[in-house]
Design a binder for this molecule. Structure first.
Ligand code: ADP
Ligand code: MG
Length: 306
């Protein structure tokens, strides 16, 4: 059993919107899991169900072998969190900490502040800090009771590159401390550098889930782009017949240009050039184009937009 999982989790809002459809999330202990999907995909709905803010229409949540999340062991950063602006960072964290039954809030607050790098701004009012700093206060708030699981809804959304980088490094550090992190984003590249697991959600459905390493192994490959001076049908047929080639696709609107999708990158690099050069067709273009996981994500998302 996974540390955190959902079984056939579904949510239909009273207005009839099916926001989440039979979701089976699987998240291991110590993982940084990225729940990725475009706006409206159902990420926040899923997260709110996990946090017990929303009731699912059907399905269940399991955490550490039990039914439902243990809020005492879970920290939560809501999407676009807005804080009590008149409070200082310290006051806000004291208030957050008072919601839990803890023996030593001072110490917890201190550690949270250090983790997010705001120890020198503790007396600043919340409406006198930047958006990036606010997000870090939000993470400090989620950390204040030293939870095992952190759920961060779009923690990097709307931040500048430096602000994003800072948040990512905090998440990485927290995972290094042994915490399990579920974080969401509407852009994969934003999280792909730090995630160990990923779930891609679209229209409320999980379209892809797995460890980042497995997904890269499965999807990331080099394709060969070929161009010829004139028709090269004979050679194309030959290439199509190669056992390390999955398909040859004619490129739209470009004369005699093809994409060769390969199954075995090494063999393609070794064997394809020779075959092409030996043929009578005159080659005008030959290039390896790397397909990244980000490309796959973009393709998945574009299919959804059509
Ligand atoms: P995401 O966080 O991925 O952007 P949401 O979970 O916020 O997606 O929304 C998923 C879908 O549910 C959207 O179509 C959204 O309009 C709808 N939705 C979200 N909240 C509500 C609500 N309270 N009532 C009705 N529909 C909602
Ligand atoms: Mg959302």
């Amino acid at each position: 059993m996974n540390f955190l999982e959902t079984k056939n989790l579904s949510k239909t809002y009273p207005n009839g919107v099916e926001a989440v459809k039979s979701l089976n999330l699987k998240i291991d202990k110590g993982e940084i899991y990225g729940l990725i999907g475009p706006n409206g995909a159902g990420k926040s709905t899923t997260i709110r169900i996990l946090m017990g803010i929303l009731e699912p229409t059907s399905g269940s949540v399991h955490f550490d072998g039990r039914s439902g999340i243990d809020l005492a062991k879970t920290g939560y950063l809501p999407e676009g969190a807005n804080f009590y602006r008149f409070m200082t960072i310290r006051e806000y964290l004291e208030w957050s900490c008072s919601l839990y039954d803890l023996p030593d809030c001072e110490n917890n607050i201190e550690e949270s502040l250090i983790t997010v790098g705001l120890e020198n701004l503790r007396e600043r009012k919340l409406d006198e800090i930047s958006k990036g700093q606010k997000q870090r206060v939000g993470i400090a708030q989620a950390l204040v009771h030293d939870p095992d699981l952190l759920i961060l809804d779009e923690p990097t959304s709307g931040l500048d590159p430096m602000g994003k980088k800072k948040i990512l490094s905090i998440i990485k550090e927290l995972a290094g401390q042994g915490k399990t992190i579920l974080t969401s984003s509407h852009i994969l590249p934003e999280l792909s550098q730090i995630c160990t697991g990923v779930g891609i959600i679209k229209g409320g459905e999980l379209v892809l889930q797995g460890s980042m390493a497995d997904l890269r192994k499965e999807f990331v490959t080099s394709n060969v782009e070929l161009g010829f001076e004139g028709p090269a049908d004979g050679l194309v047929t030959k290439i199509e017949g190669l056992d390390f080639v999955s398909e040859v696709e004619e490129m739209d609107e470009e004369g005699y240009r093809y994409i060769v999708r390969v199954k075995d990158e090494k063999r393609a690099k070794r064997e394809l050039p020779e075959l092409v050069l030996k043929d009578e067709a005159v080659v005008t273009y030959y290039d390896f184009a790397r397909v990244t996981l980000e490309d796959i994500f973009m393709e998945t998302m574009e299919e959804g937009a059509k």
